[in-house]
Design a protein around this ligand. Structure first.
Ligand code: FE
Length: 277
């Protein structure tokens, strides 16, 4: 979904111009990442509740992706503790509109089911990641160091916020058939298994992926001026059904609201929003 369309949609869903402006630079407040030196990340857990028709902030829980999620990396299976997303992002009306947009798209959609998720549940759990990838004199930034992978969820949405000093050919997203081997570097993949490529170039360029039907990879971040750091800022919304009891994230899947940073936003369906006549 290209930038111009997304800006129009989120404005229609309540985003103010001031908040759209603030969203562009929200990445400046990122501080650290638990396992990747070329990245700064904050995360927060949100719950889509189609019965109450709202999305709300959920309490903090550690994060884990494992090889069972089609995620092969040195920190796969490791419990990761990220800095928490704060009110400056979660109370931003543009961010809130992105949640509503995502729900409108995936609500009622039939997708290939993942093992060990509870598809009888009404609820959806969404981990929001605010990520800055950095390439500087010492480190090469890899938006997806893990190569070909899945995010271990049902619906992945990535929304581009901006970049500094990034070359035109940097950070291309490739979508691969499920037969592609996990962990393959983007430049070593089988061209016959590449279903599509896309590149986030403008503010709010957005990509939605059915995460258990196609795998993805992202190419390296290169600097135009090698003497200055290059950065690329992105929001990733990883949404899945709650996990079943035998899933590795079972102890990290609480539905409880966040005790100190509450947030709740009403959801809408496409039917409610469709133009009449
Ligand atoms: Fe991913």
């Amino acid at each position: 979904m290209p930038s111009a369309k997304m800006v129009r949609i989120v404005r229609d869903l309540g985003a103010t111009d001031e908040d759209l402006d603030r969203l562009r630079t929200i990445g400046d407040t990122l501080e650290s990442d638990p396992t990747l030196p070329f990245r700064k990340t904050r995360t927060g857990r949100f719950g889509f509740d189609p019965v109450a028709m709202e999305v709300r902030r959920l309490e903090f829980q550690p994060f884990m992706l494992s090889t069972e999620d089609d995620f092969v990396r040195h920190d796969a299976g490791q419990v990761r503790i990220f800095d928490e997303i704060r009110d400056d992002l979660q109370l931003n009306t543009a961010l809130q509109a992105l949640f509503v947009f995502k729900f409108m798209v995936f609500d009622g959609m039939k997708v290939e089911q993942r093992p060990k998720l509870d598809y009888d549940s009404d609820r959806w759990v969404c981990t929001l990641l605010n990520v800055r990838t950095i390439t500087d004199g010492n480190l090469i930034g890899e938006p997806a160091l893990e190569g070909v992978h899945s995010d271990g969820v049902d619906h992945t949405m990535t929304t581009y916020l901006g970049s500094e000093n990034m070359t035109e050919e940097s950070a291309v997203t490739f979508l691969h058939e499920m037969d592609e081997v996990n962990g393959t570097r983007w430049h070593d993949t089988n061209p016959e298994l590449v279903r599509a490529r896309a590149q986030h170039r403008e503010f709010l360029d957005t990509c939605l992926i059915v995460d258990h039907e196609l795998k993805h990879s992202v190419s390296t971040l290169y600097a135009v001026d090698p003497d200055r750091p290059a950065t690329r800022d992105l929001l990733a919304f990883l949404t899945r059904r709650p996990v079943a009891e035998d899933h590795h994230s079972h102890e990290f899947d609480s539905p409880a609201p966040h005790p100190t940073m509450p947030m709740a936003v009403p959801l809408r369906t496409l039917d409610e929003t469709a133009p009449t006549g």
